[in-house]
Design a protein around this ligand. Structure first.
Ligand SMILES: [Zn+2]
Length: 256
């Protein structure tokens, strides 16, 4: 499908969702995935101003920003969530998470999870940028912040789908106090998923778009990646039922 048509379809679903929202409980639980929040030029980088606009939009739309642990507990059937719940995650562990993102989160009293890599110098080649990463001391400071959870994003940001045995175990690790894992580049395999589960993590996150459901596989949880060129309505699509309808439609069209 051409981009303009895709946008039209997504906007139409958002419009239908907004129309039905007062009458229907869609049970919307979305995990958003950010990377660096800065002025660096990359598809995955969101500017500070854009990120602030996203939080203001979520608040204005009546969405509750909840800790990722609440989403995992909800999937396990151990907790209820607000009707419109969004969890924020940040991959790679860029230093701007502490300096730029956390002050904004504190202003909104919003929780977030940052997924860090274990070996910065080895990960650098995979990340393909020179944006500073969080230091060990910064990670310790973040752990002490009640709004922040720290998860693991592998040792070197390797493609886990290409690894097995000891090499896979080394990448997956299980650094102390980290309960959640995010697949680097979204790459996963049954072997990687099993290794993560056996290492003792409570959940692992992909970058397959869609809403989280009660029946979601805890070790392949969907997340909606936010890119820098996305207008606000596209952020809303990814936080609402519109993303599921859009995904379903595009999958069906691909099968035709
Ligand atoms: Zn990553």
């Amino acid at each position: 499908m051409k981009t303009a048509v895709k946008h039209m379809v997504a906007r139409m679903f958002l419009w239908i969702r907004d129309l039905l929202d007062p009458a229907v409980n869609f049970e919307e639980v979305s995990v958003l995935c950010y990377h660096s929040v800065s002025d660096a030029s990359s598809d995955t980088v969101v500017s500070k101003n854009a990120f602030e606009r996203h939080l203001a939009l979520l608040k204005k739309s009546g969405m509750s920003i909840v800790p990722l642990s609440d989403v995992v507990a909800w999937v396990r059937g151990e907790k209820t969530l607000p009707r419109k719940a969004v969890a924020l995650t940040f991959d790679d562990g860029y230093a701007d998470f502490e300096t730029t993102v956390v002050p904004i989160l504190e202003r909104y009293q919003a929780s977030a999870t940052v997924f860090v890599v274990g070996d910065e110098s080895a990960a650098r080649a995979c990340l393909g940028n020179d944006t500073s990463l969080l230091s060990g001391e910064a990670i310790e400071r973040l752990r002490a912040n009640p709004l922040i959870e720290v998860g693991y994003h592998s040792r070197t940001h390797a493609n886990l789908a290409k690894l097995s045995g000891e090499a896979l175990k080394r990448e997956v690790g299980q650094p102390e106090g980290m309960n959640y894992f995010a697949y680097p580049g979204g790459n996963h395999s049954p072997d990687a998923t099993r290794t993560i589960r056996e290492a003792g993590y409570q959940a692992a996150f992909s970058i397959h778009p869609g809403l989280v459901r009660r029946a979601s596989d805890r070790f392949l949880m969907p997340r909606n990646v936010i890119l820098n060129a996305m207008p606000l309505w596209q952020v809303r699509v990814r936080a609402t039922k519109a993303i599921d309808w859009y995904r379903f439609t595009t999958r069906c069209i691909k099968k035709l």
